[in-house]
Design a protein around this ligand. Structure first.
Ligand SMILES: [Zn+2]
Length: 324
């Protein structure tokens, strides 16, 4: 395959990537029948809301997401399937915009968000964040109408073998608004220009970094990454999800340390929910209608209890960060 056929527009540094991305979105959702059908279908998606002690969740019934929620991500299954993020395996209708550091902006044809992008590396290389957090900040700074998501290889990524981010419309995940509302009540620490806050009573544990300095963010992220990595030496990277977004003044980055890939309800076939950044952000995706109907507040509390870093470990992390 000639990569040129997959390029919607060969942008350079002077181009307005945000504008081009909107053009790509319009093009793909009109010219690509499956993407058009799935985005139209999203308007009719069933959504329930739940509230647990003032914390808000949306439950979205989304059968198309079965691919991701039930993706087999063990080494054998991965080695036996064609990688769906490699450019030569993309559907013939799909095109993208190459951007800095060899990433490729694509429209996700199985959306959760009103606008949902996949931003994947052009080359087939493992999902890992340490060397790519700068790219995540850069993408967030360019696509300011979107939140950018990272799912660790054992934290919801359906292609753990191919480096990628996702991006979705701002204003969709409850965590964005809830962070603003609770920020003044959170434990705080400062590292250079970075405000660090810790959410301990948010059902899941969350570390938030806020700053207008990319360098300071990279520095503190590397330190936090090392602290988390020391707790999980057996893993290729500490288990985590990240949600990052920016306006013209600053970045906000929410880091969710994890200890488990999928909850026991998944293994037992009781609830087909594979928690990823979207769930950590407050939207639970249920590909099966039975799960959409039956999931309760208790299930959400229980799932977070299983997958999120425990209270005592988190207290230790806070103490270590406060000593930085
Ligand atoms: Zn690949």
């Amino acid at each position: 395959m000639n990569l040129d056929e997959k390029i919607f527009y060969a942008a350079d540094a002077t181009d307005n990537i945000a504008f081009l991305t909107e053009q790509l979105f319009t093009w793909q959702t009109s010219s690509w029948q499956m993407a058009a059908a799935n985005y139209n279908g999203l308007h009719k998606t069933l959504v329930r809301t739940l509230e647990i002690g003032g914390i808000h969740f949306a439950i979205q019934f989304n059968p198309e997401r079965i691919r991701s929620a039930a993706a087999k991500v063990d080494a054998k299954s991965i080695s036996e399937r064609k990688c769906f993020l490699c450019p030569h395996n993309l559907p013939s209708e799909q095109q993208g915009i190459p951007t800095g550091d060899d990433f490729f902006i694509l429209v996700n044809p199985y959306p959760i968000f009103p606008k949902h992008l996949t931003i994947s590396k052009l080359q087939h290389t493992n999902q890992m964040i340490a060397q790519n957090i700068g790219t995540m900040l850069d993408i967030s700074a360019v696509l300011t109408d979107y939140v950018v998501l990272y799912n660790g290889p054992k934290c919801g990524a359906s292609a753990p073998d191919h480096l990628h981010f996702q991006a979705g419309s701002k204003g969709f995940l409850p965590v964005e608004k809830e962070f603003e509302e609770m920020k003044s009540r959170l434990l705080m620490h400062r590292y250079k220009s970075v405000e660090i806050s810790f959410a301990v009573n948010y059902l899941r544990r969350m570390i938030t970094l806020q700053s207008n300095s990319k360098n300071d963010l990279l520095e503190i992220f590397a330190k936090i990454y090392s602290l988390l990595a020391a707790l999980q030496p057996q893993e290729p990277e500490p288990m985590l999800n990240i949600i990052c977004y920016a306006d013209k003044n600053a970045w906000i980055m929410h880091i969710f340390p994890r200890i488990k890939h999928r909850p026991v309800q998944y293994d037992r076939g009781q609830l087909l929910i594979s928690p990823a950044s979207v769930e950590m952000g407050g939207v639970f995706i249920t590909p099966r209608s039975e799960d959409f109907e039956k999931i309760t507040e208790e299930d959400i509390i229980n799932i977070f209890d299983q997958i999120t870093t425990g209270e005592i470990e988190f207290e230790k992390i806070i103490t270590e960060i406060n000593n930085l």
